[in-house]
Design a protein around this ligand. Sequence first.
Ligand code: DAH
Length: 364
Amino acid sequence: MDDQRISETLAAIDAAADVDAVEAIRIAALGKQGWISLALKSLGAMASEERTKAAPAIQAAREKIANALAEKKAALDDAALEASLASETLDLTLPASEVPKGSVHPVSQVMDELAEIFADMGFAVATGPEIEDDWHNFTALNMPESHPARAMHDTFYFPQQEGVDHRMLLRTHTSPVQVRTMVSQGAPLRIIAPGRVYRSDSDATHTPMFHQVEGLVIDRGIHLGHLKWTLETFLKAFFEREDIVLRLRPSYFPFTEPSVEADVGFALENGRRVLGGSGDEPGHGWMELLGSGMVNRRVIEMSGLDPDEWQGFAFGVGVDRLAMLKYGMDDLRAFFDGDVRWLRHYGFSPFDQPTLSAGVGARA
Ligand code: DAH
């Protein structure tokens, strides 16, 4: 073995200024055609006695050089990391106002507020698919094929697929989540199900896609009093007013029996409806807000539970409408235009998460 060449190589490694130089030395010594590699290869042509004598020196040289290369490379890598850490600093104290800010859409804000209010009453958030089948959207909710309520929903249907029993559609309400949750979780349960729903309808107060939140409580011995208390507690927390007055009016929904519609009292102030007080006072009125009722025993049955053991109540309310009432927007279509000026005006700070302790109402 050429001792001088070995020490020259070690010196060159030591002197190498960067990883490229280290790599060049590695190739010259240990690469396929490197002098150490060729020396190793030459062992194969030797007589075995000669090989036994020569091999240890070559192996030792290879190991020494390989170690020196690895050490030098690690030292250079460390130095490079130190240098980049020192030069690439990030000042976390810079004001965020220099950066374009996003804002939380009123619909998202209201959904967060609802989740917060209902979580405090022990409700979990449940979800279901927006592409639904007609069994979950209608049949299991006590709207069989020929039921007139089906026609009232202006449903977007998908083309009928061969070999598929259930017709697919865009869900027309969040009520199918009631069925899905009873089927998958059984009873007792307490859920809200916020989400998008779709109907073929469009004007200042209707868009083909809008948002609802469904509520469902299933337990033993549930009655209309539980429903009224829950709605009242929710509306007071949501509108942040103690004087919200609720009126339950008999109504009809196929999936509830009895069914009620809940109206809230409002007063007219400067031509605008302000919630609060009884709608029967002079200068006041009632506004229809949400649909609800005791879950129809047929729905409980079709969802796989025994209606003699389990009862419950349900409600459904438009989230967009709640947002309009609370935050004073009057054109629903603007909600979904994606106009950044509207979002800047009506949007909420992402740093302002609704919490019950701090108040669920956001300061826009
Ligand atoms: N699903 C109804 C709709 O979209 C709203 C509704 C009414 C939901 C009464 C309910 C309910 O859960 O009990 O018009």
